[in-house]
Design a protein around this ligand. Sequence first.
Ligand code: FAD
Ligand code: MLT
Ligand code: ZN
Length: 458
Amino acid sequence: MSTRLLQQLGEIVGSDDLVVEPEVMASYAIDWTGRFRGHPRAVVRPGDGHEVAAVVALCKEAGVALVPQGGNTGLVGGGVPLAGEVVLSLRRLAGVSDVDPLAGQLSVGAGTTVAAVQAAAAAAGWAYGIDLGSRDSATIGGTVATNAGGLQVLRHGPTRAQLVGFEAVLGTSDTVSHMGGLTKDNTGYDLGGLLCGSEGTLGVLTAARLRLVPASPERVTAILAFSSTAAAVDAASLLRRSLPELQSLELFLHSGLDLVCRVTGAAGPFEAEHWAYLLAEAAAQHDPTPAMAAVLDSIAAVEDVAVATDTAQRARLWRYREGHTEAINTLSPPHKLDVTLPAPVLAAFIDQVPDIVRTADPNAVTWLFGHVGDGNVHVNVTGVHPDDLTVDDRVMHYVAELGGSISSEHGIGTAKRPWLHLNRSEAELTAFRRLKSALDPAGILNPNVLLSPRPRAR
Ligand code: FAD
Ligand code: MLT
Ligand code: ZN
């Protein structure tokens, strides 16, 4: 990159926010898992939407590729500059404004964290419908770009369902803004919905208008133990149809629980060992404990149960589930295969996938957990070299054969590009490419993400 271009970038964002020192760029260059490492030419940190537009216009003119980055908690390598791109960090675009307690909406800069939105919503007497383990670092821009799911999708839907307005700089360098926040607004293409899940390949989100949901301050959390995956999956279905207050429904296995306990030093929730566990949380404006207890009484397969209603005890139960991500990362950079399966094959998939992984690579170890209420399993594989795709290839094909999705909530990023064609027809991929050339004609926005190369021969 020319010195002149660097100087121009510095003039747009200010010299303090043009970073070229390798030691300062280091944290922007590697993903959260440690599997994907890049070498940015520079990191630019604009302070508002005008600066973002000027950076995009300049880079478009110069043909220099940009990788938008928020909290850098993404799990598919989509936010790191793998081919020497410039990192466009959106974290300075943080702040909540225009809180409307009447409508139950607020506006945020793209760099605002999910936790900050949750706090602002609570202060207005509402709640934000998205919650995820990375809440303190993940930004609204990143969660919109990946259409993040998380722990409350079964009740409130994914991030796309929360987005009622957006502002973005497209790859053309045009700024598009539609922040009115009208719930009903059928006035043409849903550009915000299109940018949601586009992983920074079509435009750079600079602001969003978000809908809020009613607060549900009364909560009960339970961990239920089962002797088989099938029994846990059956119970999950019963809980979903019998308990309208259900907000989260998560699955993990004994192997994962044991790892979390070993890594954190915590004692387990039960004295006895069980095969599978469900974490169920009900939330309402009135105490949901009696309703939860009635449903639990009707599930004969429950072998053990731990229930908590106060904040500290509930947090203790949640740590067994939320601790999985960090505990697995202590072993080796994991291959994160976040998938959705149709309900009838979900339990069999969970039981069979470790054998499929072991057959592909005898050194590989499988860890399974996830948002079972959404049919979403996180297949994590450790003990595999970051660049070895043998296991990924086997699992992705198996998921597609069963009619599942190869990416449930994390996105395609760079990690799953080789398998996008398993879920998307050639006609859809052609439409994707046409959208990309229309909104990013110079191809400068996240060129290594999402759009699949031609299928590899098996
Ligand atoms: P980044 O990682 O910085 O970027 C992610 C993608 O979005 C990249 O492609 C990037 O180019 C693009 N992008 C970022 N900002 C913008 C912007 N302003 N405009 C355009 N493109 C942009 N994910 C879930 O879905 N559910 C979970 O339950 C969940 N739990 C997690 C728990 C932990 C402990 C961790 C580490 C991660 C978890 N994630 C989860 C993954 C991650 O937090 C989400 O993918 C999140 O949406 C990423 O947000 P971010 O700001 O960190 O984005
Ligand atoms: C989770 O559900 O904990 C996240 O999606 C993170 C992960 O997959 O590890
Ligand atoms: Zn998840």
